[in-house]
Design a protein around this ligand. Structure first.
Ligand code: ATP
Ligand code: PRP
Ligand code: MG
Length: 290
């Protein structure tokens, strides 16, 4: 059995969304980071003794509160939910999934400008975000908190305007609504800790997750190229610290290996080929520590 990586003290206590848009991707990134995750969505807690971590499956909206109070050490939640909660927790790492935009919306063609919010009735599940926004701009409006299906509140005459998460925009369209004004906030899943604190064992936890994020956004590129083209080729594939260049058992050629961003990597292969590189290979990275 391998040595536990966490200190011998109490385990790092991590809150993970139990349901909703963030739940599956959160468990996936933790599993890829080498942690045990629950097999059954009814499990509420899970101990990964080997890694010194205990997971608590909670509503994403409640996670910032637990972490802000210091009841739990680390949490995965949405940036919008963190801000809405006004909990004393810090965002320490964006996780790249659960992306959404927060917008005001109203009946198609009715509103064009956020100044028109003055005097309206606004329905939202994000009262904290909306009230902060209105207060910053000195806009006076009535805010009503709804749990979900916020779009229907206008049709039912409960509100004039809604403020909600928009991903594809299809829910708004189906309700005959459209966004107006600028994006209020761009959200994604984030890793949070209690404001100003670095819990014991958090560094390893964070490094593992960062390793997966890098592995998701980078690939490994290998190719062979003639000596005279190495400088031009390496300018295209500078790597992280610098590319590895190794002699090839063929006069006048070298082998190059470098990490490159996944986005644009096919185009990069075309450009390397045009430069005369051959044997160009692209492979996935599953984890890394940079
Ligand atoms: N299409 C989406 N709908 C709702 N939330 C989304 C969407 N895409 C990303 N998110 C993000 O997910 C988080 C909300 O998750 P939460 O689980 O509370 O709501 P949900 O996915 O609407 O689940 P449910 O309404 O079923 O409880 C927010 O951070 C939000 O920005
Ligand atoms: O822009 P879209 O891709 O349509 O996604 C956004 C919609 O999805 C969420 O609703 P959800 O399905 O969670 O239902 P709820 O309102 O009951 O929470 C959110 O509240 C929006 O209504
Ligand atoms: Mg919802």
């Amino acid at each position: 059995m391998s040595t536990p990586v966490a200190p011998a003290g109490r385990p790092l206590r991590v809150a993970v969304p139990n349901k909703g848009s963030l739940s599956q991707s959160a468990s996936e990134i933790l599993r890829e980071s080498g942690y045990r995750q629950r097999q059954d969505s009814k499990e509420l807690t899970l101990i990964d003794a080997e890694n010194g971590v205990e997971f608590f499956y909670l509503r994403p909206r409640d996670i910032a509160l637990y972490v802000g109070e210091g009841t739990l050490d680390v949490g995965v939640t949405g940036r919008d939910l963190l801000l809405d909660s006004r909990a004393k927790a810090d965002e320490v790492l964006g996780l790249g999934f659960g992306r959404s935009r927060f917008h005001f919306a109203g009946p198609a063609g009715r509103f064009t400008d956020l100044a028109q919010l003055q005097g309206t009735r606004i329905a939202t599940s994000y009262v904290g975000v909306v009230q902060s926004f209105l207060a910053e701009r000195n806009i006076d409006a009535t805010v009503t908190r709804l749990d979900g299906a916020v779009e229907t509140s206008i049709q039912l005459g409960v509100a004039d305007v809604i403020a909600d998460v928009v991903e594809t925009g299809s829910t708004l369209r189906q309700a005959g609504l459209e966004v107006f004004g600028e994006v209020i906030l761009e959200s994604e899943a984030v890793l949070i800790t209690r404001a100003g604190s670095v819990p014991a064992g958090f560094d390893v936890f964070r490094r593992r997750i960062e390793g997966v994020l890098v592995a998701r956004s980078y690939v490994m590129m290998d190719y062979d190229v003639r000596d005279e083209h190495v400088s031009a080729a390496v300018a295209l594939t500078p790597g992280i610290e610098g590319p590895t260049i190794a002699p090839l058992r063929r006069e006048g050629w070298v082998a190059v290996r470098a990490m490159v961003p996944r986005a644009g990597s096919q185009r990069l292969m075309d450009d390397l080929f045009d430069l005369g590189a051959r044997g160009i290979l692209l492979t996935d990275i599953h984890a890394c520590r940079l």
